[in-house]
Design a binder for this molecule. Structure first.
Ligand code: APR
Length: 233
């Protein structure tokens, strides 16, 4: 089976009703990023940070996967599909995709502040006083600005032998995630689906690039049908 590696960002969840980060009504518009998504912000005001992610966690319960998430599940009928997502939502899981790597953490998990390997499922509000089994305050299981990206090595390995790659719904502004496509074999077909794509960044990395300037939920099902009908597996 051919291996398809799919890099997803906030745009794939936009049609489910989750705000993207940048852009007109983006999530970061109303927030100081460093206050809510950095180790410094956490040290300064834990309650503010916990509330920020509690809101996101509550909202996640009100949304569902859209046709773009579902198309990636259908692609598994004939391809070995690996998703590397910058998203912290669980919409790929809820759609039913098999191989999902979360580069920036997961909203529905919490982790110890003394042992980063100690990660717990946490679907509801996380509050001051919620402690890990070792007695430390739990924090959101999110990779904040300024922190390293523990899943990066696995992501690089995953994409390095892809036969086809897709980039869906990301502004390609945040590294190291934005540079991952550079680890794919240089001549493989790459599809970039985004109504406002970062064309220069994508062209810098890919020789065989097709940019589809459209919403993921509208364009991706057709691209998946095309790949399935080509029966390249
Ligand atoms: N379908 C596809 N793409 C879309 C759609 C849609 N319906 N709607 C918006 N987009 C695109 C935008 O054009 C933009 O290019 O999604 C992209 C969203 O970009 P960002 O808001 O910057 O999100 P992302 O690239 O995922 O951010 C990366 O930055 O803030 C951090 O950790 C956070 O993981 C996040 C990272």
């Amino acid at each position: 089976m051919k291996k398809v590696v799919v890099l997803t960002g906030a745009g794939i969840s936009a049609e489910s009703g989750i705000q993207t980060f940048r852009g007109a009504d983006g999530l970061w518009e109303g927030h100081d990023v460093m206050e809510v998504a950095s180790p410094e912000g956490w040290a300064a005001n834990r309650e503010l940070v916990l509330n920020f992610y509690n809101e996101r966690r509550r909202q996640l319960k009100t949304v569902k996967p859209n046709p773009a998430h579902e198309a990636l599940v259908k692609l598994e009928e004939q391809y070995d599909v690996h998703i590397i997502t910058q998203n912290v939502d669980d919409l790929h899981e809820r759609a039913g995709s098999s191989n999902i790597l979360h580069l920036h953490g997961e909203l529905t998990k919490a982790r110890s502040t003394v042992d980063r390997a100690l990660v717990l499922k946490w679907p509801d509000d996380l509050n001051l006083g919620d402690k890990c089994p070792k007695g430390s305050q739990l924090r959101p299981h999110i990779v904040w600005f300024g922190e390293d990206v523990p899943m990066l090595h696995r992501a690089v390995t995953t994409i390095s032998d892809a036969d086809i790659a897709m980039i869906i719904g990301t502004s390609m502004q945040v590294y190291p995630a934005a540079g991952l496509i550079g680890y794919a074999p240089v001549d493989i077909p790459v599809y970039y689906i985004d109504p406002n794509p970062a064309k220069d960044a994508a062209h810098a990395y890919c020789n065989n690039l097709t940019i589809v300037e459209a919403k993921a939920g509208e364009a991706l099902p057709n691209i998946v049908d095309k790949l399935l009908s080509q029966n390249l597996s």
